[in-house]
Design a protein around this ligand. Sequence first.
Ligand code: DOR
Length: 433
Amino acid sequence: MTRILIRNGTVLDQRGERRADVLVDGGVVTAVAPDLSASADDDTAPLTVLDADGCIVSPGFVDLHVHLREPGREEAETIETGSRAAALGGFTAIVAMPNTEPPHDSLTTIEFVRAQARRAGLCEVAPAGCITLGRAGEHLAPLGELAAAGVHLFTDDGNGVQDPALMRRALEYARPLGIVLAQHCEVASLTKGAVMHEGSCCSHLGLPGWPAIAEELMVHRDIELSRLTGAPVHFLHLSTARSVQLVRAAKAEGLAVTAEAAPHHFTLTDELLRTFDATYKVNPPLRTPDDIAAIKAGLRDGTIDAIATDHAPHPPESKEAPLDQAPPGMLGLETALALAITELDLPIADVVAALSWKPAAIAGLDARHGRPVEVGEPANLAVFDPTATWTVVPARLASKSRNTPYAGRTLRGRVRHTVFGGDAVVIDGVAQR
Ligand code: DOR
């Protein structure tokens, strides 16, 4: 852990915005005030100076939804490469989805993921546990044992829990354990063989469709199960206008529901599938301009709490397969901030809230991440230039995979430095590990 001085930036956190330098020492913030250069120089210990001219200095970002692929599919991503992509995207903590091989349904796998993340040392990786054994939707995973080991978020992501009785039972356990169940909302019998959103574009192309109702039925069911059990439910990657409406109404009733949306669901439409390019295949699928407008409105009024990437790396050979055989998913970690700044008409404070302290609270990571930038707080920080433009070049991404749908797009907003655990893990857009 080094001493770091972040100079000339604008600090932005849940307490507001102010011009200040930030001094970090021994893993914590030790001073926040204008012109700290002189006092920092008084100390003889080595000092790393990070220039933040024109930049926002905020709590580090927290991604609720990342597929790291390790263990089992290291050809697509590893915990190290995914952590590096996260750090470059300004994230200091990410929740690792459990659809690995083996999945996160045992302490052994959870401990393995944590150990690999510690070794990489680029960000905190919080493995999500499975709700059901093997994500097979038949028997509950050892929720109590995993919760005792510090797992906070549980999901079968990639699959929704189909059986309402099993979901109800899981929620009944979740409440006393203080854990959160996160649902991938998809009624599987309605999406068999689907490759894209069910709508006019899909009919025109003659491809099997993934209807909005397949998501909305499960959102509705789990809102009711949350009401019944009193346990919180987090809705992963909401994609339809009606889903947003259902969550908005549930929140208005005071139910314990939260929701996230992925950047691709507020930036890209199903029309892109006309290219038959599997880069645009994702689950849930890209939808319509009306859905995009609803997701944006949900982010604007707080119905959708968090922007989460659903970073889903796949190697080129699998994405070059025909649409019906190619796996769904897109990269997200290195483009999330820029897409939010470029495409959402939101005050920058709201963008940072949706990327930082709001997801930190949902993930139960808020003791260390998404903290105000104040003396004594853990030094997990993002420093980004909200006006800098850059062009997405897949070959330059740190992820092991290349399946970004934004290749060649020029975006606004760039991460300059990331400080994790008191170390500068990204300096001037370059990963230090
Ligand atoms: O597009 C997706 N990809 N959606 C999911 O739910 C799973 C993910 C993956 O693991 O590739």
